[in-house]
Design a protein around this ligand. Structure first.
Ligand code: SUG
Length: 427
């Protein structure tokens, strides 16, 4: 059994639009009302997956959810035609693309029963995300049906849980026992803290983690106030390396000491505020890079173009690479459409350390499958969406046909589609 890290990227759905639904997510708020490009967005995501495969990484895909979510609207005693514009936007959101918020994952070497545990995030803080969990649960149960996995439903409201975006795992090797770090928020400049400690603790118990190798860490108020609505906007970890902004945590000295005590081999790469301010870190998404281990065991950062465009961030990165640190390579990807809604390269992926042989092969991608996905996107995804025009029946029809064409391409059966679609028929 070979455990490897698999990055499951959320394929950007045909309803991707800028409705400005996420209070505290400054990029999304800034772009509210802009015209989105769902087709270009999905192709950017596919290009990122291709680039990761070319680096020798194992790549998976999570499918967009059926939108609008008719079942959710029905539970609110309305339907898409008669719902208010805000409810329409919430029901139509393509936010399931940000796979880092799909679930928290604890690989088998960390758990008492040696299974890989996944807990679906409840995402209760934001209405448009609060109805993702059913579709996510159905999809994860399909992909990870093998007994090597335990897929758990979300922890209950009101304890907000945002999944892997607020969770980091460090280990000397992917297949060795690791340290799991859960990052929760308390408050931040009037913005909601989306991750509650009660949720993090519940997930850790459900995953049967060793308390001696589990840390619960508070995100700094300053980071939340500056727009870091998830920890993965100010810190990322992989292998023995923690890459973090100086102001990411409420008590950084305590965090670093607790980590080093449990994992003396841990390496902390801290970016000082004097070199990169929180604002620069958040607008450039420096820390929303994918920090990955390449086949030659060196570490690389997969960064958004916005990080290269920021001269302070880029010059800090150049200095880092010129030094003797553990991160040896920088790769730049264009995920602009997702970035404009506050989702960088790391938001778009869920990491699962597992044996690929235990995973439903329809969800593991190679270049040939990506060619098929790109063809479906080119044919069916809307070119643009104006968020004031989401009442247009022809647009909704196109979005629903696009999703059906995708399920067909992946080879999802009708019976499986019922669970995935998570909606009442629109007719
Ligand atoms: O939850 N944006 C997402 C971005 C999630 C980024 N994920 C991570 N950091 N892991 C969010 O705020 C914007 C949708 C809109 O406004 O229409 C949105 O939901």
């Amino acid at each position: 059994m070979t455990l490897v890290e698999i990055n499951f990227d959320g394929l950007i759905g045909p309803s991707h639009n800028y409705a400005g639904l996420s209070h505290g997510n400054l990029a999304a708020t800034r772009n509210a009302g802009a015209i989105s490009q769902p087709r270009a967005a999905a192709l950017q995501g596919i290009a990122k997956m291709r680039a990761n495969i070319a680096l020798g990484l194992t790549q998976g895909v999570l499918l967009p959810h059926a939108r609008p979510n008719h079942r959710w609207l029905a539970s609110l005693n309305t339907d898409y035609a008669t719902a208010s514009l805000p409810l329409k936007a919430q029901a139509l959101s393509a936010s399931a693309m940000w796979a880092a918020n799909a679930a928290t994952v604890s690989p088998a070497p960390d758990t008492a029963d040696a299974r890989c545990h996944l807990t679906v995030a409840n995402l209760v803080t934001m209405p448009h995300r609060s109805h993702e969990w059913r579709g996510t649960l159905a999809q994860l149960r399909l992909i990870f049906a093998n007994p090597a996995f335990a897929v758990h439903p979300p922890v209950p409201a009101p304890f907000g849980d945002e999944g892997a975006a607020n969770h980091m795992r460090m280990a000397d090797r992917h297949d060795a026992p690791g340290i799991e770090i859960f990052v929760y928020g308390v408050s931040g400049g009037g913005f909601p803290a989306r991750q509650r400690i009660e949720a993090s603790e519940a997930v850790a118990r459900g995953h049967r983690l060793d308390p001696a190798r589990t840390l619960f860490v508070e995100q700094s108020e300053a980071a939340i106030a500056a727009g870091a609505f998830h920890n993965d906007v100010v810190a990322v970890a992989n292998g023995p390396v923690l890459f973090a902004h100086e102001q990411a945590f409420a008590d950084k000295a305590g965090v670093y000491a607790a980590l080093l005590e449990r994992m003396p081999s841990a390496q902390i790469v801290e970016v000082p505020a004097s070199a990169v301010s929180l604002d620069d870190a958040i607008t450039s998404y420096l820390f929303n890079a994918q920090l990955v281990t390449l086949p030659d065991e060196t570490l690389a950062l997969i960064l958004p173009e916005e990080a290269r465009a920021n001269t302070r961030v880029w010059s800090w990165l150049q200095t880092m690479i010129a030094g003797n640190g553990p991160i040896r390579r920088l790769e730049v990807v264009n995920v602009r459409e997702s970035m404009a809604n506050g989702g960088g390269p790391a938001c778009l992926r869920l990491r699962v350390v597992a044996d690929p042989a235990t995973i439903d092969p329809r969800f593991l991608v190679d270049d040939a499958l990506l060619d098929h996905l790109a063809a479906v996107v080119e044919t069916h995804w809307p070119e643009t969406i104006d968020p004031t025009a989401i009442g247009d029946a022809a647009l909704i029809n196109q979005i629903e046909r696009a999703h059906a064409a995708l399920l067909d391409t992946i080879g999802v059966t009708n019976a499986e589609a019922v669970g995935l679609i998570d909606s009442l028929p629109s007719s």
